[in-house]
Design a protein around this ligand. Structure first.
Ligand code: GDP
Length: 301
């Protein structure tokens, strides 16, 4: 069994490649929940929905958020009645989020996600990292704010001083899922706000050390492909480079994949991680996604 740790943009791209090569029941995805929150009365589990829509083949590939070809009648109507919403939620996407909110009155998040992925015809398991209430605070030069205020309302512009998230418990059985895996993939996701929260859950670090773990750098040529990873890494004292990411994961990685633009870092990273592979890690089309997935999976294929 292959277990993939994911956020909501970089790793879902890789998942599209993995889906072409591995049977759905042979891999599962553990997803970050630290950015989950309520918007317009509905529970938004952004990274989970992105992974779910990716595996269902309905993701909006342009934004890595929401469902492709969705309509925005409710969103526009809310604006007209002077009740604008922070997130632009599509109509079909909202229906899924309403169902999630209603089911959560009765069941845990992990149970709800399992019900929803099955109803979308997804055979791979999707596991939220925690059923606990997530809360992330970004401390900036404009004061403390939650993740979405920083990213959506403030467009990621404020200077970041610190990032904190409340400790939550791992979803029951999560440690066992990691330990029972033939391979763990740490996808190319934000190391601070997507992967960090998963690996910092109690017991995960130890479990990862016992397993075969492959990581892919989300940083190419000293910059993230998209999103605020550079600001977050810098704020927490990490070098914004694949070497900086390697140092964060070095204790449990068996293999690390970096971009060919970063070949100059290979020797230094080899002192930290047993195997370093240099290849194209920029996933602009299905060919590149499949090729990176093949390199990641290696001999397990
Ligand atoms: P979020 O939850 O939306 O922030 O998404 P993730 O954490 O999953 O993804 C954000 C990270 O994905 C950023 O640090 C990007 O650099 C990385 N990323 C996005 N696309 C690519 C890509 O094509 N290749 C690589 N290597 N990283 C990528």
């Amino acid at each position: 069994m292959i277990t993939i740790l994911s956020g909501g943009t970089g790793t879902p791209k890789l998942l599209q490649g993995i889906m072409e090569l591995v049977e759905p029941e042979k891999f599962r995805v553990i997803v970050n929940t630290v950015e989950n929150s309520y918007f317009s009365g509905v529970y938004v589990a952004a990274d989970i929905d992105t992974v779910m829509y990716t595996l269902a083949g309905i993701i909006n590939n342009d934004t890595w958020y929401g469902i492709k070809d969705d309509t925005f009648i409710t969103h526009e109507t809310l604006k007209e009645i002077k009740c604008p919403e922070t997130l632009k939620i599509g109509d079909r996407d909202r229906a899924i989020k309403i169902q999630k909110t209603l089911l959560m009155e009765q069941y845990s998040l992990s149970r709800v996600v399992d019900i929803q992925r099955k109803s979308l015809g997804i055979e791979s398991q999707i596991i939220p990292m925690s059923n606990g209430k997530s809360n992330i605070t970004i401390e900036t030069n404009q004061g403390k704010m939650d993740f979405h205020k920083f990213l959506v309302e403030k467009q990621g512009m404020p200077e970041v001083i610190d990032i904190k998230y409340d400790p939550v418990s791992p979803t029951p059985g999560l440690i066992e899922l990691i330990e029972d895996s033939d391979m763990i993939i740490i996808g190319p996701s934000n190391p601070i706000t997507s992967i960090g929260p998963i690996i910092n859950l109690k017991g995960i670090y130890k479990a990862l050390k016992k397993t075969y773990v492959v990581g892919i750098s989300p940083i190419i040529a000293d910059a993230p492909v998209s999103g605020p990873a550079a600001k977050f890494m810098h704020a927490l004292g990490h070098d914004v480079s694949c070497l900086g990411v390697a140092k964060m994961y070095a204790n449990f990685l068996d293999k690390f994949i970096i971009d060919r633009k970063d070949n100059a870092y290979k020797n230094k990273i080899e002192r930290l991680i047993p195997e370093v592979v240099v290849t194209n890690t920029n996933m602009n089309n299905i060919g590149e996604k499949k090729s990176l997935a093949r390199t990641t999976l290696g001999e397990i294929l």
